[in-house]
Design a protein around this ligand. Structure first.
Ligand SMILES: Nc1nc2c(c(=O)[nH]1)N[C@H]1C(S)=C(S)[C@@H](COP(=O)(O)O)O[C@H]1N2
Ligand SMILES: [Mo]
Length: 342
C-alpha cells in the first residue's frame, strides 16, 4: 500500500498479490474501483457473516506488541480508572461471570477505498460498557471522553455520551468462538457505526478522562469523530470478467455505518441512469446488507457499472471521490462488465 500512513493489514495478501503480479503500485485496497485498471478481477463471495479466519486484520505498524504471543488469559486484567468513584480491576473469570449480550455488527477500517475489502460482519458477544462504567460510578459531570488502551500501547477514545449507549460492547466472543488473538483477545471494543480505529483491541485499561483525548490516529491527523460513511460494493461479477448469456446477476454489499440501508441502486451506463436493486433483510441494524440485481443485456460490449446506496435516514452515499485520510473515503465503486455473447 502507499506509505501515506502506516496501517498494516493482513487482508491485503489476496488482492495485493494480484496487483503486485500485474506490476502495479499505489492503493491496494479497492482494486478495480477507480484506478481504471485493465486487468480482470475475480468475483468475490458475498456472505452475510464473515468467517473469523477471513476477517480483515489491521494493526498500527510500529506496535511493540507481538500478537503472535498470547496475552495470557490468567494474567490479563482490565483496569477501569480515572474520573470514577470506584476504580475496578477485572480478570478473565470475572469478565465471564458478568451479564453479557450478543450483537451482530459490521466493522470497517477507515482506510477502506471504494469497493475495498477492509470490512467484515460478525456476531459478537460481550459485556455492556455502560454497565461497567455505571458500576465504577463514573463521574458524568467531569468526564468528557472514555479512553481505551490496548496491550500494544494503542489508544483511542469515544465521547462519554457515545460510551453510555446500549450498543457499545466489550466483546470476548466472535462468531461463537473465543475472540481470536489477531482480533483482540481477550477483550476488544465495538462501537457500531464508528470506523475501526475506535474499536480498540487487547484492552487492558479504560479511563474516564476529563478532557478531549487524542488517540493514536488523531495524533497523526486522523478524525476523532470517525463516523462511518455509507459504502457499497459490487462483489460479482468481477471487474472485466467475461460474461456470456442473456441473464446476468449482480450481487454485493452496502453498509450505512451508524444507520441501516434503505436503498441500493445500480447503473449500467456509467452513472447516467439508475435502477433499484433488491435488498436482503439484515439480521441487525448495525450490519451491512446484501443486494442483488438481475440484468438482461441487449447487446455485447463493455459496460461501466456503478453502485450507490441510500441510508435509512435518506442520506445518499457520497459520490465524490475522496481519499481515506483524514475522515474516511467516499466515491462509488465502479467496474467494467464485459458482455462477450448474449
Ligand atoms: N490495540 C489496537 N487496537 C486496534 C488497532 C491496533 O493497531 N491496536 N487497530 C485499529 C484499526 S485501524 C482497525 S481497522 C481495527 C481492526 O480490527 P480487526 O483487525 O479485528 O479487523 O482495529 C482497531 N483497533
Ligand atoms: Mo482501521
Amino acid at each position: 500500500m502507499e506509505n501515506r500512513f502506516s496501517l498494516k493489514r493482513r487482508s491485503l495478501l489476496t488482492l495485493t498479490g494480484i496487483a503486485a503480479a500485474a506490476g502495479l503500485t499505489g492503493g491496494c485496497d479497492g482494486v478495480g474501483s477507480f484506478f481504471g485498471r485493465m486487468f480482470a478481477m475475480p468475483p468475490r463471495d458475498t456472505n452475510y457473516f464473515t468467517e473469523n479466519k477471513k476477517f480483515y486484520v489491521v494493526n498500527y505498524s510500529d506496535s511493540p506488541f507481538n500478537v503472535s504471543r498470547d496475552l495470557r488469559q490468567d494474567e490479563w486484567r482490565l483496569a477501569v480508572k480515572g474520573e470514577v468513584k470506584k476504580p475496578l480491576s477485572l480478570g478473565w473469570r470475572e469478565l465471564l461471570n458478568r451479564e453479557n449480550f450478543e450483537q451482530i455488527s459490521t466493522l470497517m477500517c477507515i482506510d477502506t477505498l471504494p469497493g475495498g475489502d477492509s470490512l467484515g460482519n460478525a456476531r459478537w458477544r460481550g459485556i455492556s460498557l455502560k454497565k461497567l462504567l455505571r458500576e465504577a460510578e463514573v463521574d458524568e459531570e467531569t468526564t468528557r471522553d472514555i479512553v481505551f488502551r490496548g496491550a500494544d500501547a494503542y489508544d483511542d477514545s469515544i465521547p462519554l455520551a457515545r460510551a453510555m449507549q446500549d450498543d457499545v460492547m466489550l466483546a470476548f466472543l466472535m462468531n461463537g468462538e473465543k475472540l481470536p488473538k489477531e482480533h483482540g483477545f481477550p477483550l476488544r471494543l465495538l462501537v457500531p457505526g464508528l470506523y475501526g480505529i475506535k474499536n480498540v483491541k487487547w484492552i487492558i485499561e479504560i479511563e474516564a478522562y476529563a478532557g478531549d483525548y487524542r488517540g493514536y490516529w488523531q495524533r497523526k491527523g486522523w478524525t476523532d469523530d470517525a463516523t462511518i460513511k455509507t459504502f457499497s460494493r459490487i462483489d460479482s461479477p468481477g471487474h472485466y470478467q467475461t460474461l456470456r448469456g442473456p441473464e446476468q446477476r449482480f450481487r454485493g454489499i452496502a453498509f450505512g455505518g451508524p444507520n441501516s440501508i434503505s436503498k441500493v441502486e445500480i447503473s449500467l451506463d456509467a452513472a447516467r441512469t439508475w435502477d433499484s436493486c433488491e435488498i436482503e433483510t439484515p439480521m441487525s441494524p448495525y450490519s451491512w446488507v446484501i443486494w442483488n440485481y438481475t440484468w438482461h443485456p441487449h447487446k455485447r460490449g463493455k459496460y461501466q457499472v456503478a453502485v450507490r446506496a441510500v441510508d435509512s435516514k435518506g442520506q445518499p452515499q457520497i459520490a465524490e471521490l475522496i481519499r481515506p485520510q483524514p475522515a474516511g473515503s467516499s466515491g462509488l465503486h465502479t467496474i467494467i462488465a464485459d458482455v462477450e455473447s448474449l
